[in-house]
Structures are given as C-alpha cells and as structure tokens.
Design a protein around this ligand. Structure first.
Ligand SMILES: [Zn+2]
Ligand SMILES: [Zn+2]
Length: 325
C-alpha cells in the first residue's frame, strides 16, 4: 500500500510503499477513503509528543470501508476510526468511565499506524459507524476536531456565553453545537485574521475579535483550542466569577504566570484529554440532528505536506482532509 511515513520526529513525511497491514484478532482491515489532518499530527511530527511509534503512519480521523476482519462490521460497512485506538479495560480510569485517561491507552496515528495510507487496521471496538448523511470527506473532521470539541464543550457545563479561542477545525464544529444548544458564542482569533473572524460570524458567533483583547461582555466559559499558553490568562480574564476555562489541545506552549486574582472567584481552569467511546456515540447521534456541516479543504494523499503547512500557518478554512483513492 501507499502510505506517508514519519521516520524521525522533526523530519518531513515520506511517501513509501509498505506491505499491506494484516488485521489481528478483533481488528478490521479498512480501505481508507478520507483522513482528517489535525494539529496533533503536527505536534507528533515536531516531536512535541513523547515516544511515538517509529516509523509511523500518522492520521487519526479516518473514514474507511471495511474490507475484512472482526465480527462487529460487515465487509463494505463505512466506519470511522478516532484518536482513541485501544484501552486496557482494567485500570482505575477504565473502570470508572474515564477510558480517555487509561494508563495504557494507545492512540491512532501515534502508537499505532493511522490513516495517511491506502489501508489501515483498527480495533473494531473503537470504531464508530458514520452517520449516513455525511459524505466521507465531511465526516472525517468529526472524528477528532468534532469529538475533542464536543468533549471540551461538555466540560463547560451549562455556560451560556461561550468564548472560543482559535477558530480552526474543532471550533468551527463546536460553534455549531453551541448555537444548536442555544448558547451565545464569542470567537477569539489573531487580531488581524479577518477571514477567521468572518467565518466565525457566518457560523453563528455573535462577536469575533482579538484573542488578547476583551469580549464585549463577560463570558461564562472559554474553550481554548489554539496551542498558545498566553491565551490561558487572557481567557481567565474574559470569564466572570464561577466561569470555566477549558483547554482542548494535547499540547500548548508554556502558560505565563498570572495573578491569582484571575483565578479567584471560583473560576475553574482545566484540560480535556482524548475522548471516550461514549463521546463518539453521542456526537455521531447529535451531529446529524444539528445538523453540523463541516467545512473542509481537500488534499490528495501526496499533498499532505501542504495541508500540514497550511494548518501550521493558520491558513485553512475549517478542516484539512486527505482524500485517498
Ligand atoms: Zn485502562
Ligand atoms: Zn486530532
């Protein structure tokens, strides 16, 4: 099969011919149709996440067609493979409905080969059926941007005025979910990023502006998707007493020190890690009812480098997706 391979952190991906993967017991073999590109892929490529499998096929927002293997799906079924690829089922987290924190979790496109390839295997227990109304390319961003975004929004509780910091793939989905739930959305982008601000307003945000500035009114919660530590004190400053700041990314630059006053007043600062299978089931049920419309920029497998560069530069509208055929 044709695949993009990371051989060493800090290097570009190389296109390689690899032997077709063989599904182990309980795994499905998939023909990959689409795979989303995520900021986490950049963190892995850059060596910001420790100990990836090497060589590695990245990619953890996979929409594929079952070719063989497993019992849960039939050949021809369309399934999604998310970031959470395997959990132990035995640790204290797995036993308390927090498999996202599993001590021995294995992640797709990080500890196991992912979807920047023509074929991949996946543990069938961690795959999701994809809602029928979504074409492959539009479904792919649901599998990480959507899922992490969904979990991040859930951690904001019943906040009515929600700030979203960084208006990329996750934010463009969360904005739609939040509006569907009757919340008010305030979008924070780089000051000069008029395109992202216009995009946010188009998706239902009532205000869009400078991430380091103040919103027009106090917020009840802030969701931080940009990997920029400086935004954390800015977000704490933007939320009122009792407000929550949720960091949705897997990696962030260091958070500068800030006065205790910003946390005082029972403000909460927390992160969101990974996803549970329940998050996936809930989102796959909710997305078509909103309905969430994902905006994607499509690249062929061979242009993954360009997609990653555009993501790094913040020059994407919505999500980048590799179309694989
Ligand atoms: Zn576990
Ligand atoms: Zn991701």
């Amino acid at each position: 099969m044709r695949a993009l391979v990371l051989e060493r952190a800090g290097e570009a991906l190389h296109e390689r011919e690899l032997p077709d993967p063989e599904p182990a017991a309980g795994e499905v073999l998939l023909r990959v149709r689409a795979c989303g590109v995520c900021r986490t892929d950049l963190h892995i490529l850059d060596g910001e996440l420790a100990d990836p499998k090497l060589p590695l096929v990245p990619g953890h927002q996979i929409v594929g067609e079952v070719i063989a293997g497993g019992r849960r799906f039939a050949a021809g079924d369309r399934v999604g493979v998310p970031w959470l690829g395997w959990t132990c089922g035995e640790c204290r987290f797995c036993k308390s409905d927090r498999e996202n924190l599993c001590d021995r979790a294995r992640f797709t496109g990080y500890h196991r080969d992912g979807g920047f390839a023509e074929l991949c295997t996946a543990d069938e227990r961690f795959c999701f059926p994809i809602p029928g109304g979504y074409p492959d390319l539009q479904a792919a961003p649901l599998l990480c941007a959507g899922l992490i975004g969904y979990r991040t929004l859930r951690m904001a509780g019943d906040a009515e005025r929600v700030g979203i910091y960084g208006f990329g793939a996750a934010a463009h989905i969360v904005c739609q979910l939040a509006r569907h739930e009757g919340r008010r959305v305030f979008a924070f982008t780089r000051r000069e990023d008029a395109d992202a601000q216009a995009f946010a307003l188009q998706l239902g945000a009532e205000w869009a502006g400078d991430a380091l500035g103040r919103p027009p009114e106090e917020l009840d919660a802030a969701l931080v998707f940009a990997p920029v530590g400086e935004l954390v004190p800015a977000a704490l400053r933007a939320v009122g007493k009792g407000g929550t700041v949720v960091c949705g990314g897997i990696h962030m630059t260091d958070i500068p020190s800030f006065p205790y006053e910003l946390l005082w007043g029972e403000r909460t600062l927390r992160s969101v890690a990974n996803l549970t299978r329940r998050d996936g089931e809930e989102l796959m049920d909710l997305a078509p009812r909103v309905p969430v419309r994902t905006e994607v920029e499509v690249f062929p497998l061979g242009a993954a480098g360009e997609a990653l560069a555009r993501l790094r530069a913040g020059r994407l509208r919505g999500a980048a997706v590799l179309e694989i055929r």
